[in-house]
Design a binder for this molecule. Structure first.
Ligand code: C2E
Ligand code: MG
Ligand code: MG
Ligand code: MG
Length: 293
């Protein structure tokens, strides 16, 4: 009986594995063409200062508008791009596009925002990363301190010794680093002392349990305490409820992102969120009924 079951199990899994492998292969060849075909797009998720509710930053999040599949999420194609050696080109496109977007928003007189970009370990460790990021800044004419590089804690673990060198050059350039998905990377905390590291982003997995799960409360409070004593700015990610917001505000977290405030948005929706009141006068006011006080 066991033998038949085993055979059946094999028959059951093999076609699925084949389908997955075929799908990945197809995605891989399509991914190579995606850059030249201009199929990538950036969405921007606001980051809110908890004390005031003001939007102080956005994070650029890449999407792949696949001609047949529609929008492919980064968790699906970034690992493939990493294994194909395509991630550096994608991250460079993201940095250039995000910097150009900042300039457009400045020209539209939106309040100046900090812009965060996510960078893979392979991009960060490569000798072309520093020239690439300074080129993106110079090309757009954006000061380095408006840009923040997000690097996950697990990427830091993979980088090892290259981390310190890359961090130092970034710091010299004036670009800050945020540790993304903090608390999930099993890495040493020594890198928190590096001068380029200025922000800690508390991973969504801990936020999800707030405020009822005692372990998540303890871990979150410990992370906020570390950040405070090292003078790192804290950003909580994945806030979905008022209760999470209340807890984090009281615990002293400085900034937050999450569906409670806003999903990642295309540029025109960011503009609508942030447009100065002056530009909303005239035509728009006659269309939109004035708000009651
Ligand atoms: P991340 O940098 O930690 O980004 C946060 C992710 O959580 C985003 O997923 C965002 O859409 C999602 N999110 C935000 N608020 C909430 C919430 O309240 N609830 C829930 N459930 N989710 C929320 P996304 O856009 O799918 O990105 C996934 C990951 O892909 C990012 O995680 C980042 O590590 C990576 N990524 C995104 N863009 C790039 C890029 O341009 N280059 C590289 N190398 N990686 C990128
Ligand atoms: Mg991020
Ligand atoms: Mg994150
Ligand atoms: Mg993540």
């Amino acid at each position: 009986v066991a033998k038949t079951e085993e055979r059946n199990a094999l028959r059951f899994y093999t076609p699925k594995m084949h389908a997955d492998a075929r799908r990945r292969l197809k995605l891989a060849s399509e991914l190579r063409q995606a850059l030249t075909r201009n199929e990538f797009q950036l969405l921007y998720q606001p980051s809110v200062e908890m004390r005031t509710g003001r939007i102080v930053a956005v994070e650029a999040l890449v999407r792949w508008r696949h001609p047949e599949r529609g929008s492919v999420p980064p968790d699906e194609f970034i690992p493939i791009a990493e294994s194909l050696g395509l991630i550096r080109q994608i991250d460079q496109w993201v940095m250039e596009t995000a910097c150009a977007q900042m300039v457009l928003w400045d020209q539209m007189r939106l309040p100046p925002l900090r812009m965060a970009v996510n960078v893979s370990a392979g991009t960060f460790a490569h000798p072309d990363f520093l020239p690439g990021i300074s080129q993106a800044l110079v090309q757009a004419g954006v000061p380095a301190n408006r840009l923040l590089v997000e690097l996950t804690e697990s990427a830091i673990l993979r980088l090892g010794e290259d981390t310190e060198r890359a961090m130092q050059s970034l710091h010299k350039l004036g670009v800050g680093v945020a540790i993304d998905d903090f608390g999930t990377g099993y890495s040493s905390l020594a890198y928190l002392k590096l001068p380029a590291v200025a922000y800690l982003k508390i991973d969504r997995s801990f936020i999800a349990g707030l405020p009822s799960n005692g372990n998540d409360v303890a871990i979150t409070e410990a992370m906020l305490a570390i950040a405070r004593s090292l003078e790192l700015h804290t950003i909580a990610e994945g806030i979905e409820t008022e209760a999470q917001h209340e807890f984090l505000l009281r615990a002293g977290c400085q900034e937050a992102q999450g569906y409670l405030y806003s999903r990642p948005l295309p540029p025109d929706e960011i503009e609508r969120l942030l447009a100065p009141r002056a530009s909303q006068s005239g035509k728009r006011l006659s269309l939109v009924p004035p708000r009651r006080a």
